[in-house]
Write a protein that binds this ligand. Sequence first.
Ligand SMILES: C[S@@+](CC[C@H](N)C(=O)[O-])C[C@H]1O[C@@H](n2cnc3c(N)ncnc32)[C@H](O)[C@@H]1O
Length: 349
Amino acid sequence: MDDEKPKHVRRVRYKGKHPKSFKEKYKELNPDQYAEAVEKIKQQGRTPAGMHRSICVREILEILKIQAGETGLDATLGYGGHSLEMLKCLGAGGRLFAIDVDPYELPKTKERLAAVGYGSEVLITQQINFSKIDKVAEEAGSFNFVLADLGVSYMQIDNPERGFTFKYEGPLDLRLDPEKGRSAAALLKAISRRELEELLFENADEPHHKEIASAIVSRIAKKLPLETTIQLQDTIKEALDFLPKDVMKEEIKKACQRCFQALRITVNDEFGALEEFLEKLPYALAPGGRVAILTFHSGEDRRVKKSFQHLLHFGAYSDIAPEPIRASAQESSSNPRARSAKLRWAVKA
Ligand SMILES: C[S@@+](CC[C@H](N)C(=O)[O-])C[C@H]1O[C@@H](n2cnc3c(N)ncnc32)[C@H](O)[C@@H]1O
């Protein structure tokens, strides 16, 4: 019935002064309603739940030199912070293609950007892996500028249901597109100890790769469950219980960060997707087109650097960044994630 009042849903109650879990952070999850509270959190150098803070925005716009009427690609739309700034530069007649593999966050970002005036006549979104940049360029024509801001967004990490963090209990998933491929839990059931050691070492330089791989594989062999983020954290804790007491807590935290990162990279084939993207990139750029790539991992930066140098040598690029650009001291102090960011650029010949 039309005139029936919507049922009032009580917000999630939390113990203590401040909300702790993701679901309890109802103010941060409703920024339109609680703009002041959200602004306060940002000023404290924190990222409100369900949001993402874009990194090196000014530096990226300086590299991309976007002109009104151009066609561009945001290869990693995420929360849409970079896209929004690029859209502001485009003006009438310009078009931004924006892609992401995440089927959950992409429609929300599309809606958020449409609500501030960037509808489908200027912003064309698609759920697709950037390794398929050639397919996107087939539809768009060549790009005057391309941005790729690698890795995951805060809102993906924050959401316990996605399994990206050991801060909260959640399924051990770690897929950017949970509708494709296999979860981290499924991967761990299928992998040998040797392969797991290699994965932890290659993807995250994990110094305790042998101990952690052995603990994981023996837990699975004993048919004990390893299906959640906290169960993985507990397994890592058990594996590292030989560490001196004074460093144990900090070392376990770092090992968990590295192991989750290593699994995420494998589950999403992040290096494979990046290599394919880098190979196809020059063909998708218009002559004089600019690309900016923001990385957060030495394995990513190494691949970008090598590809740019190689393609400069063979004349596909006319110029590349001599050194990576780093976030300013001010940005790094207000946003810790910016500290590991490296930004490289190239210009199509
Ligand atoms: C760091 S976030 C981007 C944040 C965005 N620049 C902003 O300002 O909000 C990275 C995004 O890239 C997406 N992503 C990661 N690998 C991808 C791939 N191979 N293809 C397409 N999207 C990818 C992730 O799902 C995530 O949303």
